[in-house]
Design a protein around this ligand. Sequence first.
Ligand SMILES: [Zn+2]
Length: 400
Amino acid sequence: MKAFNFYLDSRVIFGEGRLAELGEMKLPGTKALLVTTNGNSVKKYGYLDKVTALLAKQNVPYVLYDKIIPNPTVKIVDAGAALAKAEGCDFIVALGGGSPIDASKMIAVMVKNPGTIWDYIGGGTAKGQPVTNGAIPIVAINTTAGTGSEIDPWAVTTNEETNEKIGWGIEDCFPKIVIEDPELTVSVPPTFTAYQGLDTFFHLSECYISSLDNELDEMFALKGVELINEYLPKAVADGNDIEARSKVMFANMLGGYTQFISGCVSQHAMEHAMSGAHQDLTHGVGLLLICDEYFEFFADKPGYAEKYAKMAKAMGVDVDSLPEDKKAMAFVDALKALKKACNVADLKPADYGMSADEADDLAKLARSIMPDMFMGPDAHDVYVTSEEEVASIFRKALSK
Ligand SMILES: [Zn+2]
């Protein structure tokens, strides 16, 4: 059996209505930087008021930093850390989805370390210096079911000057307390429920086909794939279906676990190139624009057929009755059916300002920002692609 590492440094509090426990639990600090998005939803649906009331109940003061944009930038992270330092905050409460939680991890590091976050991130033009002073603790309150960021140590940031969007993390970035309350996801509109839930689906499926996969990862990945396939269309159709919301949120957590037991493959690097070059592009949309061509490309490559078949089976396909040479493609077809069931099968690259002309540049960018996914002795991809093959996947996907 393959060797693996498993380390989890987060206390998870999962279940309907459990946000209320923030008002009673032992918090990891005395003054919070409350980090959330610059959007309206956490305010409109009352989540921010609930969180501030629960902190007040504990007599814990906070400073609000509500400046986080969908793809958090280096400047926003550095400014958040400067505010926390000036105000003497000794822990962070992150409220929202992947962006505020990711930004919080990087702010937590920058409160205790000199310079800019770009000094520590690895890849592209970032400097990759070691973090020597750790990070302040984070309480992550998740309001979306997509990234799984709340239970893993990874963070993604965009350097707005170089268009590089890079994933990075250290063990100190694990949120110490994670609140997964499905009631906080009922306000997510149907399209975003689909984008985020399918992002989860790709974390699970990519980590499973990754060279880093192992028995423990398989357990999380196949269960998550099964749950997303069954419950995401229900959550998209009826946002108040709390059973469906709970199952999708749970799958999102499993997708977080898979990302540190295993690791995503090059599809995620390709999407980071897309949303690095097009900073308004939603991560889930970027993935949906390329996923058919991406998974189809690898279907007949050595080392993928059995895993594709197992995922198709988890999605309810009667794989055993299919001829051997049709089993892998059954997964690609099941993915197309899932997209259709979630009303996101017909996204057009042109609607997001993208075209096949960018294919060569995007392939080059993807391989430079996250090279480990593509090449080298620890390449996440089992089949190692050439730059031209990556460009060909982009070309096909972006000419739809
Ligand atoms: Zn993702």
